[in-house]
Design a protein around this ligand. Sequence first.
Ligand code: FAD
Length: 448
Amino acid sequence: MNIPKVLGNVVNNDLCIGCGLCVYICPNNALEMKWNKYGFLIPELSDKCDSNGACLLVCPFNPFPNKEVRTENELAESFLKRAPKYHKRIGKYFDIYAGYSKEFRLNSSSGGIATFILSELLERGIVDNVFCVKESTKKGVYYEYGVSHSKEELINSSKTKYFPVSLSEVMSKIQDLKGKIAVVGVGCFIKAVRLAQHKKPELKEKIPFLVGIICGGVKSSFFTEYLAEKSGVLKQNIEKPKYRIKNIESTAGDYLFGCINKNRQSEHTLRMRSVGDMWGTGLFKANACDFCDDVTTELADVSLGDAWLPPYDKDGAGTNVIVTRSFLANEIIQSGIKDNKLVIESLALERFLTSQQGSFNHRHLGLSFRLKIAKKKGFIPPKRFNEKISFSFMLVQRMRMIVRRKSLELWNSNPNAVVFDKKMRKFLLFLKYLTKVYHYWGLKKRKK
Ligand SMILES: Cc1cc2nc3c(=O)[nH]c(=O)nc-3n(C[C@H](O)[C@H](O)[C@H](O)COP(=O)(O)OP(=O)(O)OC[C@H]3O[C@@H](n4cnc5c(N)ncnc54)[C@H](O)[C@@H]3O)c2cc1C
């Protein structure tokens, strides 16, 4: 793959997450997002490149960032000046809450707060356009970033899509869009937008609000193909995949995947519990996610995730955890409570940390081990966590890395769920065993 030397440090080192901001910023239009063989979107280069390096300045995984944008900490200092509180694991913030929107909850993935905030921004005239993830009309592409202008469009684009998307096309339309823009995105995409705002200060006014989606990892398109096949739909027949169908009779974690078989126009669903742990194992995950230490989307105006903690997790209708980081975001939440549009309570910091504990363990605690391995292969962006971990946790990290890579290689060579499950079994069993050993020693140590 021929990528300019600067961006090559990211793409060839498998650290590109596909945000597409490089495509937008390139003054020569030398880059275009393309699907790679592992089901991820990455930039491809044309001969228009003059190696000016602008692309790297907005890359969230730039191994050589300037001092003032070195990590999320420096960017937060410049973009979230007014946030009065700080915690090293969650960044700068105003307040933390848990709750849901009365109007949008049932049509959303968690509590519908993302759709609520975005619709408030449109209604108040703070923005005129929202960059969010919508159904795509492109062949074999289920979802992509699009522009919404109304509450109805926001409702249609709500819900979590575990599918690779890129901001390249919507960002490239920015000059033609009248009015201001809100962007919704996962941590690395939000970081890329902040880097673009740093490089082009006029974008700060054009994009006055960022809604952050707390992310446990970006999945390859293989994830959709695998789940669809498990539910009885082959790749060529997949239509309208849905990743978070709520089971309101059950718990929040007991959600379903579903899609339509376009051949028969039949609906197929799959209880996610039946496929085992697709998150902690790293199956079908982008390599870059293993080198992201921004668990809670620290650079957004507001960060939203699932309230994976009691009593909220018992409610299948879904509940958000909410971290407000700008004055406006906090005011929107407060007004929503006062106007009886939101059912929200304050959440203690410790409880919020518990709700994302798995992600903190992997992305902060386990990072030092992965960095050590990765640095032998190439340049890695500067990271903020370098914690000492036990030998048993190192083994878990090693195995997760193997599982992640194997899952992509296996599906690429033979996209068949039966064969995949059979071949992955030994790796997943070994990972399970190593995790048990790690927990056993951890418990023993805590008892001492
Ligand atoms: C890849 C991914 C991984 C996640 N991992 C975790 C996790 O580990 N822990 C956790 O607590 N929460 C996680 N979430 C967040 C969670 O699933 C919800 O999206 C979040 O709680 C907001 O819920 P809501 O009901 O307020 O959103 P809704 O009201 O349903 O709105 C969701 C908004 O997100 C946008 N969106 C959907 N898919 C994407 C996407 N791929 N990229 C950018 N924007 C998108 C939609 O367009 C919509 O505007 C993840 C989300 C994604 C997309």
